[in-house]
Design a protein around this ligand. Structure first.
Ligand code: MG
Length: 460
């Protein structure tokens, strides 16, 4: 063999391990209370989301993508641990989320996605809403993140009660009505946080982190405070949307997504970066036009009907992902397992991990590994999906004084035929009900409930 082909072969062989060793970067963009029907690419008729539409067209649009709980705290715990919140104790029948007077937070024994990626040398940033405990030991910087910048819980908390009533304060919002802190790592740097610029500042922070860490693998968890009420947006977005203030807020988030994708492209990082976009739970319908839309799905935030937990799900990874629309059942918990797997990090084996590896779906398309989805409200299992079928054992209105209604036999919907959950087919399908009952039995047999973290209050 003459010299040139040998050199070429050596060069190629030499470059393979280098290429293979380059760990992908991860960006998870997580909205708050965004509904299934709130994006242009998911069918909203007047909200304009050109950047998200492009992201979906270049990536995978998941039509059956689920948050792991219908409210903030448990949903976020599940995303970052890959586990149903009932296992970590990050859910409650009494207090559905953490509040500023809560003493608890994500238990130290949980292994967050950031902690998992740290074992492979990732630089990690949490930006935005945390809501997994605001006492120092529970903050992101003690949960695998190198840095944190954000409002540590919901943007409607710490309300100045004397200013005006809650609903009124949310609908005609002023910064000074909500005395929420803005933290840098563990230090308060602004209070009340100027929420009108919060989406822009979260975006700038994410871009800065990406640019600073472009030479080593990184993980950015960007959890927007919006579109949770009270709604705020920066000046350039005031009055831009035909959908009113809620549309303005979504269009600013869409701008933010565009800025982040552009940064990845400008820095030459796009083909080595997997970006996810989704939300923690469905739209907060009791806020009427200040809440979003679940599109054709039933109900919204707080409920175990589809509108409470099914979310727009988008994955983007130019050159690696096969662009398509995917109808597989998938969950935010799968982000955990998929990212750890792609990074070559260990998925914990000493505990139940509910997240599943979507690598093959991302790279090749086709049907994903997930067959079942469990719908918890607080600590109680309300419904279970297996394949296209969903059985509700308990139903309850999302908010208000309504009591839970138990169903025996359960009510049963075929979600592929009836995503709006209108037509109960329990009577005609006893075999399906028996199969789902088996799934529930197996689930309950293995379930170890984590110690409740949401009911403890700060001692005064
Ligand atoms: Mg939420």
């Amino acid at each position: 063999m003459n010299l040139l082909p040998r050199v070429l072969i050596l060069m190629i062989l030499g470059s393979i391990p280098l290429f293979a060793a380059k760990s992908p970067n991860f960006v998870v963009i997580f909205c708050d209370d965004l509904g299934y029907g709130d994006l242009g690419c998911f069918g909203h008729p007047t909200i304009q989301t050109p950047n998200l539409d492009r992201m979906a067209a270049q990536g995978i649009k998941f039509t059956q993508f689920y948050a792991a709980a219908p409210v903030c705290t448990p949903s976020r715990a599940a995303l970052l641990t890959g586990r149903l919140p009932v296992r970590s104790g990050m859910c409650s029948d009494k207090r559905r989320v953490l509040f500023p007077d809560s003493a608890g937070g994500l238990p130290q024994r949980e292994i967050t996605l950031a902690e998992g990626l740290k074992t492979k040398g990732y630089a990690t940033a949490a930006i935005g809403k945390w809501h997994l405990g605001h006492k120092t030991q529970y903050l992101p910087t003690n949960n695998g993140f190198d840095t944190y910048f954000g409002i540590p819980y919901s943007n409607d908390m710490d309300r100045i009660a004397s200013a005006t009533k809650y609903r009124e304060a949310c609908k005609n919002a002023k910064i000074e009505y909500f005395n929420v802190p803005l933290l840098r790592d563990t230090k308060e740097i602004e209070r009340p946080a100027d929420q009108t610029t919060i989406t822009r500042r979260y975006t700038e922070e994410a871009i800065r982190f990406i640019q600073t860490n472009k030479n080593n693998p990184f993980f950015v968890y960007l959890a927007h405070s919006m579109p949770h009420v009270p709604l705020f947006r920066d000046k350039p977005f005031v009055g831009v949307s035909k959908r009113g203030i809620y549309g303005d807020v979504i269009e600013e988030i869409d701008w933010s997504v565009g800025q982040i994708l552009k940064t990845l492209q400008d820095e030459g990082l796009a083909e080595n970066t997997l970006v996810w976009f989704t939300s923690d739970n469905g739209p907060w319908l009791i806020f009427e036009t200040h809440g979003g839309s679940a599109g054709l799905l039933r109900d919204g935030k707080g409920s175990t009907w589809e509108g409470g937990m099914r979310e727009p799900g988008i994955a983007w990874w130019p050159g690696r992902i096969k662009p398509h629309t995917n109808h597989s059942i998938a969950s935010t918990m799968d982000i955990y397992t998929t990212c750890l797997t792609l990074a070559g990090a260990k998925v914990p084996e000493d505990r139940v991990v509910d997240g599943m590896d979507l690598t093959s779906v991302l790279l090749k398309g086709g049907k994903g590994p997930r067959e079942a989805m469990f719908f918890y409200r607080g600590e109680q299992l309300y419904a279970v999906r297996k394949g296209p079928w969903k059985a509700h054992y308990i139903t309850r209105a999302a908010y208000g004084r309504s009591q839970p209604e138990k169903h025996d036999p359960p009510v049963l919907y075929h979600l592929d035929h009836d995503p709006a959950e209108k037509h109960d087919l329990a009577k005609e399908n006893p075999v399906v009900l028996a199969e789902i009952a088996k799934v529930v039995k197996e689930h309950n047999a293995k379930l170890v409930r984590g110690k409740n973290q949401l009911n403890t209050l700060i001692q005064k």
